[in-house]
Design a protein around this ligand. Structure first.
Ligand code: HEM
Length: 528
């Protein structure tokens, strides 16, 4: 027995020594070595990250410069933290770019994410097709016009809830982190499907239980479940990104979570499929001379069919000329809802935080709103007004510079290339740090200062990338900005918003995105 134990111990030791030797052989013989933290076998620098890879990399950037290497387990990542070293990664033209793909984990591959939808899709032909159809849908004039109205209707609903709360409890404290996420959930759901998610209504019913808003019972339960499952999905991304396939499949506890997360996605897909079938049936019943409502679901169903709403000029690419299948519609709607809710909500919330922290900029925003929108607060904000709100836009941008909602992206090269003067083989993973780029002292003097006026003059190329860059740049950037601007303009034209605790921190926490955990404010009518 003892002999067997000794043999097994020898075998394990031999395996461990071989693994360590191989790990460091790979490390010391790597091509184009860069400075960076010295990695440990198995974990690399994982033990130093303490849950926030963005903050860890920012501290490494101070020590090792704008281009360094970081090992996560046995994977070598190349950190790129300024506009110059990132230049090739942000070439916009698809045919000229060597960076058309994201780095996705083995779990994402196994779950099929790398072949469907948009966000993690690395199948060039499927991604290209989905991307073109999504871009076409999001730029249809009828869609944009309707969206402007929808945003304001949903805002007015929220303002109505605030007024009831104020009438019951003057000077009440509102958590904008809670309101903003419900606001963007309601908008995203409505612009995608023309269905009400009732997220704000059901939240209001929770906050003010003795003043229930009449919402169809099933719809509330369904909407709350949809919203909470959306958050669960966002959590599952970190889980699947950072844990190995072995861990999630075979280690008890992890395998339970893996199954729970897979069931969660299935639930969300099932709901979207139901909506697609119902909408297809509705469209069939509507006579061809009656215009259809241009929500994203209808735009996808009718794209490249007889019922297409408006042709977008200049789109001639033959591969986009076929209609979308139900699977494609489902995955694309899913990606749009998942990518559009948290991002816009947190951008709104952090901007409110910064405006409260810096009243001198809030004052300028108030003045600009008064001059552009005039004294009649019942007048709806027009699409054309948004362009004139330059100071508000500068404040939003400065907020996104300080706290980029997506602080980094993992990109992978299609083929061998020189980056920052160093040679890398195709397939190398690059950690593109938007935080690093936004805080680079060369491009942003006095980086710590909250100074929106930086954005009133032209800025350096690729120095500000809250929506990413290159062929995978965010396709929702225009409507994201439209939502944020319209929301903030609607709030600040009428109200003054102040932090309940003037010394409160921004309360940011990095999950899959930088989110605002809490932003407690008091909302009071302006004296103007
Ligand atoms: C403030 C709001 C938003 C921010 C800060 C934001 C930021 C980003 C960033 C940084 C990326 C990665 C780009 C890259 O890899 O270079 C991205 C991708 C994406 N975003 Fe957004 N986004 C926002 C709003 C939206 C909205 C409203 C939608 C949907 C309507 C959306 C849909 C997407 C999709 C589908 C992708 C994946 C694109 C692809 O891989 O081809 N985003 N976004």
């Amino acid at each position: 027995m003892n002999a067997i134990i000794t043999d097994v111990a020898y075998l394990l030791t031999a395996c461990a020594v071989t693994y360590v030797a191989h790990y460091y052989y790979k490390y010391f013989t790597r091509e184009s070595p860069l400075p960076g933290p010295f990695p440990l076998p198995l974990i690399g620098s994982l033990h130093k990250i303490h849950g926030n890879i963005d903050k860890y990399c920012t501290s490494c950037q101070k020590k090792y410069g704008d281009m360094f290497e970081l090992w996560i387990c046995s994977q070598r990542l190349i950190f790129l933290g300024n506009a110059e070293v990132n230049e090739k990664l942000f070439v916009g033209s698809l045919s000229k770019s060597n960076f058309t793909k994201r780095s996705v984990s083995e779990n994402f591959e196994a779950l099929g994410f790398s072949r469907i939808g948009l966000v993690f899709n690395n199948d060039s032909s499927s991604w290209n097709y989905n991307r073109k159809l999504i871009e076409q849908a999001l730029m249809k004039p009828s869609f944009l016009r309707n969206l402007m109205d929808d945003i304001q209707c949903i805002y007015e609903e929220m303002e109505g809830y605030w007024k009831i709360i104020e009438s019951k409890e003057p000077g009440a404290v509102h958590d904008m982190a809670d309101w903003c996420i419900r606001f963007t959930t309601d908008i995203t759901f409505y612009m995608s499907t023309s269905k009400h998610a009732y997220c704000m209504a059901s939240y209001f019913n929770k906050v003010v239980p003795d003043h229930k808003i009449n919402v169809p019972g099933d719809a509330v339960n369904e909407s709350e479940e949809f919203a909470s499952r959306t958050q669960t999905y966002i959590d599952s991304l970190n889980f699947w990104y950072f844990w190995s396939p072995f861990t999630v499949n075979y280690i008890p506890g992890f395998s339970y979570m893996h199954k729970k997360y897979k069931d969660n996605i299935k639930w969300l897909y099932d709901r979207i499929y139901k909506l697609i079938y119902a909408r297809r049936a509705e469209i069939k019943k509507i006579s061809e001379d009656v215009p259809l409502r241009p929500d994203i679901l209808t735009l996808f169903i009718t794209a490249n069919t007889e019922r297409e709403l408006e042709k977008v000029k200049g789109v001639t690419n033959r591969e986009t000329l076929r209609p979308m299948t139900d699977d494609e519609i489902c995955y694309n709607i899913f990606d749009i809802t998942e990518a559009g809710i948290d991002t816009a909500a947190n951008a709104m919330c952090f901007t409110i935080y910064f405006l409260s922290k810096y009243p001198e900029h809030k004052q300028k925003v108030h003045e600009e709103l008064d001059s552009v929108l005039g004294p009649n607060h019942d007048r709806r904000i027009a699409y054309e007004d948004l362009d004139k709100l330059q100071y508000l836009e500068a404040v939003i941008k400065e907020s996104l510079r300080h706290i980029p909602i997506i602080p980094f992206a993992f990109k992978i090269s299609d083929k061998d290339d020189f980056i920052g003067g160093k040679f890398f083989r195709g397939g190398q993973v690059f950690f593109v740090s938007f935080s690093g780029i936004h805080n680079n002292k060369k491009d942003w003097p006095d980086t710590e200062k909250f100074d929106p006026t930086r954005f009133l003059n032209p800025i350096g190329k690729n120095t500000f990338l809250p929506f990413g860059g290159g062929p995978r740049i965010c396709p929702g950037r225009h409507i994201g900005m439209m939502e944020i601007k319209t929301f903030l303009a609607s709030v600040y034209r009428k109200f003054d918003v102040n932090l309940a605790d003037p010394n409160a921190p921004a309360n940011e926490e990095l999950g899959f995105v930088n989110h605002c955990k809490k932003c407690e404010v008091r909302i009071t009518p302006r004296n103007c």
